[in-house]
Design a binder for this molecule. Structure first.
Ligand code: MG
Ligand code: FE
Length: 168
């Protein structure tokens, strides 16, 4: 049987890789958004949060005895955002970006919920607390996207209609 602490460590490494990937992808997405200032601002806010999350997860790993230099080349094996956001620079890139971000936040929510349970299981209250705090930020981001999916889609269609009219 694998030591439960090794699972906690391995899941934290995955979470760290996901945060690093999120910083890259969300920065790129925010940089591409011109006509949705609230969406752009919210994503930029989450990029800042994500940077701090990455650092905090790294601190947890160090605390658990992981070699932090090994994290630098941990790679990005996590599903989702990379695939979801690559090649989205099409006419509906905003819609595709919101879709991929919404899915990614929920992957993070599941990941941190499991990390909280794992940290509880092996008796690492500090790791548990960090993951609980990060979870709140992921939930808030997912909620914001959920609350704004309709209006962003409506605005997208309105802009499409205007551009079509302007061309003809
Ligand atoms: Mg995150
Ligand atoms: Fe997130």
């Amino acid at each position: 049987m694998t030591d439960p602490r090794d699972h906690l460590l391995s899941w934290l490494k995955d979470a760290h890789a996901a945060e690093e990937q999120a910083v890259t992808m969300l920065s790129k997405l925010a940089g591409r958004i011109e006509n949705y200032p609230e969406l752009k601002a919210r994503i930029e806010q989450h990029v800042d949060e994500t940077r701090r999350q990455s650092t905090r997860v790294e601190e947890c790993l160090v605390k658990l005895g992981s070699d932090s230099s090994a994290l630098k080349d941990a790679g990005t094996k996590l599903m989702g955002l990379g695939q979801g956001l690559s090649g989205i620079f099409t006419s509906d890139e905003v819609a595709k970006g919101v879709l991929a971000s919404y899915a990614f936040e929920h992957m993070e929510i599941a990941s941190y919920r499991m990390l909280i349970a794992a940290a509880k299981q092996v008796g690492e209250p500090e790791v548990q607390r960090v993951c609980e705090e990060i979870l709140q930020e992921e939930v808030a981001m997912a909620k914001w996207l959920e609350d704004n999916l309709d209006s962003i889609t409506q605005k997208f269609f309105a802009r499409e209609a205007t551009e079509a009219t302007a061309k003809h």
